[in-house]
Design a binder for this molecule. Structure first.
Ligand code: NAP
Length: 294
């Protein structure tokens, strides 16, 4: 039995878990996390914990309360919480960002479930294989990663960790792509290319194109001209981490030329499901969570 399962059984008072960030009001996490807690009969509330930077230390300390399971962490605190925790999972350490905190045995543990959440989101589209140990392998795939910010960094470590054939990072500011490439290369033997001009993209078989920029959230624009996208094989999969709007310009471009696509809602779902299991020690009710997001 996991420590947190023990926690769940021996507390009659309502447990708490929540989202630490600034802002948090727009978040979809309460609706699908609460649905999951309720479906499993866990007497816990998922709360929104609006936390400006000057209150972060106090907020993290409050997670040590005996009725607190832990927290999710979002913008702008994913990096800043690291030194405030007792132990950091190796993947979160590599990425340098924590999005899930677990309160276990009076200690606070930091994890990154955004990165594996992306792998699960790809896997449910038939991309990659699950090994006997439950790990997702992306052997043979070439990934074109658009962006070099926080989300791209998590994706780059997760994708290379899953054994992709090569990584191509395309970012508006080339030096950020190069810095990310250099960090990832320390843990990865395959080739990594950094670009800032999509015209130099060479199509590869079994390609996955992932948008990890915010371009497309507020404008009808994408990093890739349609003629560049059209060079890729018809089996290319295009994933946009953005889920609002649900159809970004990039996804419309890709669909118009017949490529398979998905938006970032599945990544949100899977990072949440992985966090749920870390807090509760129980398999996440994915169908319930997915339905709550619709
Ligand atoms: P970030 O750290 O601020 O990075 C932003 C990235 O977008 C950088 O690569 C930046 O390029 C690029 N960018 C911004 N405006 C651009 C423009 N006008 N033209 C070209 N590139 C532009 O942000 P983040 O935390 O990585 O988040 C990126 C996106 O991922 C957001 O839309 C976020 O909502 C999404 N996301 C989704 C999930 C999910 O669960 N689905 C999880 C995390 C993030 P420069 O480096 O050149 O400035």
């Amino acid at each position: 039995m996991s420590i947190n399962e023990n926690h769940l059984l021996h507390h009659s008072a309502s447990l708490r878990v929540g989202l630490i960030g600034d802002p948090v009001a727009h978040s979809l996490s309460p609706q699908f996390q609460q649905a999951a807690l309720d479906a499993l009969g866990i007497a816990a509330r998922y709360e929104l914990w609006q936390t400006p930077a000057e209150q972060l230390l106090e907020r993290v300390r409050s997670l040590c309360d005996k009725n607190c399971l832990g927290a999710n962490v979002t913008i702008p605190h994913k990096r800043a919480v690291l030194p405030l925790l007792d132990k950091i999972d190796p993947l979160a350490e590599q990425i340098g960002a924590v999005n899930t905190i677990v309160h276990r045995d009076d200690y606070l543990y930091g994890y990154n479930t955004d990165a594996p959440g992306l792998l699960h989101a790809l896997q449910e589209q038939g991309i990659g294989k699950i090994g006997p140990n439950g790990q997702i392998s992306l052997k043979g795939y070439t990934v074109v990663l658009l962006g070099a910010g926080g989300a791209a960094r998590g994706a780059a470590f997760a994708l290379t960790g899953a054994g992709i054939e090569r990584l191509i990072i395309l970012n508006r500011h080339l030096e950020r792509a190069q810095l990310l490439a250099a960090d990832v290369q320390q843990h990865y033997d395959g080739p990594i290319f950094s670009l800032n001009d999509p015209a130099f993209l060479i199509p590869h078989a079994s390609a996955i194109i992932i948008n990890a920029t915010s371009l497309g959230m507020h404008e009808d624009a994408s990093m890739l001209p349609t003629e560049v996208l059209a060079r890729f094989n018809p089996d290319t999969f295009v994933y946009d981490m953005i889920y609002n709007p649900s159809q970004t310009y990039l996804l419309c471009q890709a669909r118009a030329i017949g490529l398979r696509t998905a938006n970032g809602l599945s990544m949100l779902l899977h990072q949440g499901a992985l966090a749920f299991t870390l807090w509760t020690g129980k398999p996440a009710p994915l169908d319930v969570m997915r339905a709550a997001l619709e």
